[in-house]
Design a protein around this ligand. Sequence first.
Ligand code: GLU
Ligand code: ZN
Length: 282
Amino acid sequence: MGAAMNAALPPVTRFAPSPNGHLHLGHALSAIVAHDLAKAGSGRFLLRIEDIDGTRSRPELADEFRRDLAWLGLEWEEVPAQSTRLASYTEAAEALRARGLLYPCTCTRKDIEKAGALPGLEGLIYPGTCKHRPPDPSRPAAWRLDAAKALAETGPLVWEDALAGPQAVDLSGLGDVVVVRKDLPASYHLAVTMDDAADGVTLVTRGADLFAASDVHRTLQALLGLPVPRWHHHPLLLDVHGEKLAKRRGSPALAERREAGEDGRMLAEQLKMQLLSLGTLS
Ligand code: GLU
Ligand code: ZN
């Protein structure tokens, strides 16, 4: 389905947190943006717990997230968590593998650094070490998307960001990304693409830090014959030092503020005001 057709329908948005840490203000903003865009278009706002990483996931955090969202004054529909959908990822990966679009990579992070990888949009760009060598069966392998082959199959692709306008897919800043992790049946890229399609998401809302990832997702949609949503990457909240708000920099968890008796709805209003001041609530 084309983007233009989707635009007229009530949007389906989602908030997709990973239960491996508390939610902070940046998450609250993402959830509020997704919620309000759905509401403004008489659409649906979905919550999906992205718990694919079983070793890092803490199930009790999913409950905490629900309490946080309710505290912010949001209403949502919850869809199945990623851990229930592993079979669909395996099936998609097998289809891509059968078409020669993935290759196994046994490199460790150290190997990639030693191979002289250049910095890209999301960490180092994989230098393609394993692309032309037979896999070593004694080492665990991830599976990477052969970006050149993928492009040859899909031809030029575009996607539409509600704020930034039409975007031409360009995978050169990301390289051959991991589609199947060494320890899991999917990477973030494959899981989120499959899930957004399965959930009927028509407007993918998330922070601008994931802007480049949408090139990968658009490519996977084309390769797998999935419907194409629109995207809305909202600007990131910055702290007083002008740096991205992140858990590791000690931004207080929503749960902490909630338990301290702060008014969540008031906080939600403040975040919306801040977004307006960033100049891009549309
Ligand atoms: N689980 C991902 C995260 O927490 C979701 C990102 C997205 O919205 O695509 O960052
Ligand atoms: Zn490799």
